[in-house]
Design a protein around this ligand. Sequence first.
Ligand code: DCM
Ligand code: DCM
Ligand code: DCM
Ligand code: ZN
Ligand code: ZN
Length: 318
Amino acid sequence: WGALGHEAVGYVAQEFLAPGALAFVQSSLGSTYNESLGAAATWADSIKYTKGYTWSSPLHFVDAEDSPLSGSCSVSETRDCGDGDCILTAIANYTTRVAQTSLSKAQRQEALKFLDHFLGDIGQPLHVEAYEVGGNDIDATCSGKSTNLHSAWDTGILSKNIDENYANDVQTYASSLISKIKSGSYKSLASGWLACTSTTKPAAKRFLDLASWAHNADFGSGSLENDVTRLLARAASLDAGFESRRAPAATITPLACPLVWAKESNAYGCTVVFSYTSGEDLCTSSYYTKAVPVIDLQIAKQGYRLAAWLNVIFDGDT
Ligand code: DCM
Ligand code: DCM
Ligand code: DCM
Ligand code: ZN
Ligand code: ZN
């Protein structure tokens, strides 16, 4: 993604951090980044061609050697990241490093900024595709301007959408995605976004919260019906609080989850990404109408996953 996409991922994630993750994010990023994953999300792009950081430039993508034009999409860790120098292993590496208390504050901040960025990039379908250098070598037109397919997905389509529908303000755009997750069209999908996620712990946590409330509350009113009604009401309220406060927990499987996310993203290479007609303007045609909902979904989803990931690390949400 370009700056707008990364910032949106960060702003969405910030909204779903649990207390421990929020405290780490705020103290690690500090005033330099307004204590926000939104502001820190583009750092990794700003340094990738600078001296001492050129090793990080292949970490923004994985060149999946599949055949999207033949309808065959796939990602393989051994085939596509055999040298260990791709976004899959980078996420695993920085997941380990951000939690390592033996590292310096600067090193852990760097790990956080890389995670903030790479959990965004892995949701961009062309960052999980080798064909034509992830679409960089495919000439394209966006609103009359010459560009390439990769750049249209990173920047062109999204910037037009934010300009026209969100007052050209990325925070307004992120707020709209957050609302969709909390109470709109993404609400029913969000728990499924944490596919490599354990459901045991949230259930156990809900049970413990409920048991502790029942223990402390003036329970045993004499009416079983009344007690059951109160218990169910309390369970519903705990669930509502849990869901609105934070993303449900994910299990840390440093390499397994990135592979799941990469496959999901790469699959769009077999549907919308290459389905344009020659000469079609990608930002003023039906292609634009098909691409926008995918981009919105991928950004919202990766922001939510970033929050859940940090919640596992810093709040023990497993
Ligand atoms: N490094 C890294 N990931 C890479 C390549 C390098 O984390 N894919 C780190 C390891 C070294 C530092 O960068 O500590 C400098 O590496 P090099 O000497 O290869 O430039
Ligand atoms: N580095 C990294 N991942 C690692 C090891 C190192 O990104 N697994 C980075 C952190 C520093 C640089 O490489 O930016 C140099 O690290 P070191 O001083 O550990 O060689
Ligand atoms: N990129 C990619 N896959 C590649 C090469 C590059 O996804 N095999 C991405 C990284 C940048 C964009 O394409 O977002 C442009 O890359 P560069 O600046 O290296 O030309
Ligand atoms: Zn890109
Ligand atoms: Zn990037």
